[in-house]
Design a protein around this ligand. Structure first.
Ligand SMILES: [Zn+2]
Length: 343
């Protein structure tokens, strides 16, 4: 019995020592299967490494998905793959939807047809600084011109240059074109200071030969340049020399051939355009018919060379059909602007 007991004790001690040697830190776990299974899992880092590698691209995508951060359900169940696949298309779709919307806006804003096609064209000629009794139908005084400009200002009228009329912009509601015919020096000496004072714009149609010949009552080129530089005045043609006593102006003569007519008239008008442009430095796009007389044979030529032509017919101009052969109001002390234009 004693030897059995000793052998039992020895066996027990041997077992205990063996167990203690293997699992001293954690006796409670010792002897359980998990310790063996843990041992098998040790190499598993290689396997888990493989898993990680296969997951790595997915995890690489996960941060993106998690940064985008709006699909917690997808990122939990199907890490990585679906969230980006779903989000990317939606991000790509949005801009194409927005762009067409932006492109559609400008065409909707563009069509803004002008509701106003009425242009009031005022016709002046000579200006004097003195008594009204010295005025004829083609003359006004500085005092009357001042009153006209003041009236236009007080009633909200906008004065325009010929180049502004045909720029394509809509006419202001109360649009006025101030014209001076013949090219008198008084336009510079007396009218121009008033145009500057009121910042009113005007077009002066010259009988060019009178300036070329240096006639004392007519504009010099220096005067023309100074007025042009102000930005308030443009110059038009009133022909080079077809504004004498013959009231027909540029109309054809009895029995005149078309070829002879064109040579006679067109060369004159061409010369007026060339001289004004050479001396003033601006294109000439405005023509006032001498004595207001139109001529069908000149229509094509005038439309080719000018943007605006005016007659002496009385009335307001309707520009809905263009800017040719427009009527005017002759203004003088007996017929001030306030007599014709609406308040
Ligand atoms: Zn004239």
């Amino acid at each position: 019995m004693r030897s059995k007991y000793i052998a039992f004790l020895l066996a027990g001690m041997l077992t205990l020592s063996l167990l203690t040697a293997c699992h001293a830190p954690d006796p409670t776990v010792s002897g359980t299967e998990p310790s063996a299974s843990q041992g098998e899992q040790e190499p598993a880092p290689g396997k888990t490494g493989e898993i990680i590698q296969t997951d790595a691209p997915q995890q690489g995508q996960l941060p993106d998905a998690s940064q985008q951060g709006q699909l917690p359900q997808d990122s939990g169940e199907a890490p990585g793959k679906e969230p980006p696949a779903q989000e990317e298309p939606t991000q790509e779709v949005i801009p194409p939807q927005e762009k067409p919307v932006e492109e559609e806006i400008p065409p909707q804003e563009k069509p803004r047809p002008s509701s106003n096609h009425t242009l009031y064209i005022l016709m002046y000629h000579h200006v004097i600084d003195g008594d009204e009794s010295r005025c004829n139908d083609w003359t006004t005084t500085t005092q009357r011109l001042r009153e006209d400009l003041q009236w236009l200002k007080d009633h909200g009228y906008t004065t325009l240059l010929p180049s502004e009329l045909t720029s394509g912009a809509a006419l202001p509601e109360k649009a006025v074109l101030i014209t001076f015919d013949d090219g008198y020096a008084s336009n510079y000496q007396l009218a121009f200071p008033l145009l500057q004072e009121f910042q009113a714009k005007a077009v002066i149609s010259m009988i060019v030969r009178r300036t070329v010949d240096g006639k004392p009552d007519f504009l010099t080129w220096d005067m023309c340049r100074e007025m042009t530089d102000s930005g308030l005045v443009e110059f038009g043609s009133h022909t080079y020399d077809f504004h004498g006593n013959d009231p027909r102006g540029i109309q054809r003569m009895s029995g005149e051939s078309r070829k002879a007519y064109e040579e006679r008239i067109f060369s004159d008008i061409n010369e007026s355009i060339q001289l004004i442009e050479e001396n003033v430095g601006r294109p000439v796009r405005f023509f006032a018919y001498p004595h207001g007389q139109t001529e069908p044979w000149a229509n094509d030529f005038l439309r080719e060379h000018f943007d605006v032509t005016v007659t002496t017919q009385h009335g307001a101009a309707d520009t809905s059909d263009g800017f040719y052969d427009l009527p005017r109001y002759n203004i003088n002390p007996k017929q001030p602007v306030s007599k014709y234009l609406p308040d």
